[in-house]
Design a protein around this ligand. Structure first.
Ligand SMILES: Nc1ncnc2c1ncn2[C@@H]1O[C@H](COP(=O)(O)OP(=O)(O)O)[C@@H](O)[C@H]1O
Ligand SMILES: [Mg+2]
Length: 245
């Protein structure tokens, strides 16, 4: 049985999908079988980021409604062996319900080492569906006060669903902006404010983010991809000091 990890944030545009792809590609590079599940009905993005946009015929709503078998809606991703995508519906009207996810994901987890659920922004049905089947959560946060507040709120909602293994990823870390906002003295203050254990810090890295937007792999030695690789290793229990980030 694979382990299911939801990537959540509350606030939009903080880098959930980018981190889902980075971690997914990093785990697949370690020869793991990885399924990315796009839970953002109506605003899906992973099909494009995984380079399979042109191939899509079925999505998760087709599986749920019996229009296809699960295998027919799972696409092998360009450039990384072992990495697969179950796309979100293109229409917001096809929203997936939490109860359905709870039934479907354990079935799929028999065939994968990792399932990574990419949550939509907000705390609506899509978010609840994404967390319903998760064994653990990574909350993505940029080091600004608005995002830190929504990360804290999301942590509480996830805890209510009895997911206790929750980690924090600080994304787009850029010392200059951090200093400029003047709200937090250092990263420890962000961790204290959210009350979540830190699983990694991803720097602002446009080459890594842009590679994914084009559906390509990021360079393994790019700062963003190296950070994603460390998070992937920590998710599997490897001790890598956070000072390495
Ligand atoms: N570490 C990063 N460095 C630079 N740009 C990033 C980074 N992480 C994300 N981005 C960019 O930020 C935007 C939002 O990221 P995305 O992953 O779509 O966020 P979300 O899924 O939370 O809405 C995208 O344009 C993405 O390329
Ligand atoms: Mg997203």
């Amino acid at each position: 049985m694979g382990v299911s990890t939801v990537i959540a944030s509350g606030k939009g545009g903080v880098g959930k999908s980018t981190i889902a792809v980075g971690i997914g590609r990093a785990l697949a590079a370690k020869s793991r079988r990885v399924l990315l599940v796009d839970c953002d009905a109506g605003l899906r993005s992973l099909d494009r980021m995984m380079g399979v946009e042109e191939e899509l015929v079925f999505d998760i709503s087709d599986v749920i409604n019996g229009r296809c078998a699960p295998i027919e809606a799972i696409y092998s991703c360009r450039g990384t062996e072992g990495l697969y995508l179950l796309p979100a519906p293109s229409s917001v009207r096809e929203t997936v319900k939490p109860g359905v996810m709870k039934k479907l994901m354990p079935v799929l987890s028999r065939y994968f080492d990792h399932i990574i659920l990419d949550s939509p922004a907000g705390i609506g049905t899509g978010f609840r569906a994404a967390i319903a089947a998760a064994n653990r959560a990574l909350i993505v946060c940029t080091p600004d006060p608005v995002c830190v507040r929504s990360a804290t709120a999301v942590r509480k909602l996830i805890e209510e669903r009895e997911v206790s293994d929750i980690g924090l990823v600080i994304n787009r870390f850029n010392g200059e902006f951090f200093d400029e906002t003047g709200v937090f003295d250092d990263l420890d203050a962000v961790i204290d404010e959210t009350g979540i254990k830190l699983m990694g810090v991803v720097p602002e890295d446009f080459s890594y983010a842009a590679a994914f937007l084009k559906g390509d792999s990021a360079k393994p030695d790019s700062r963003g991809m190296m950070a994603a690789e460390r998070i992937a290793s920590r998710l599997e229990g490897t001790m890598i000091p956070i000072e390495m980030d």
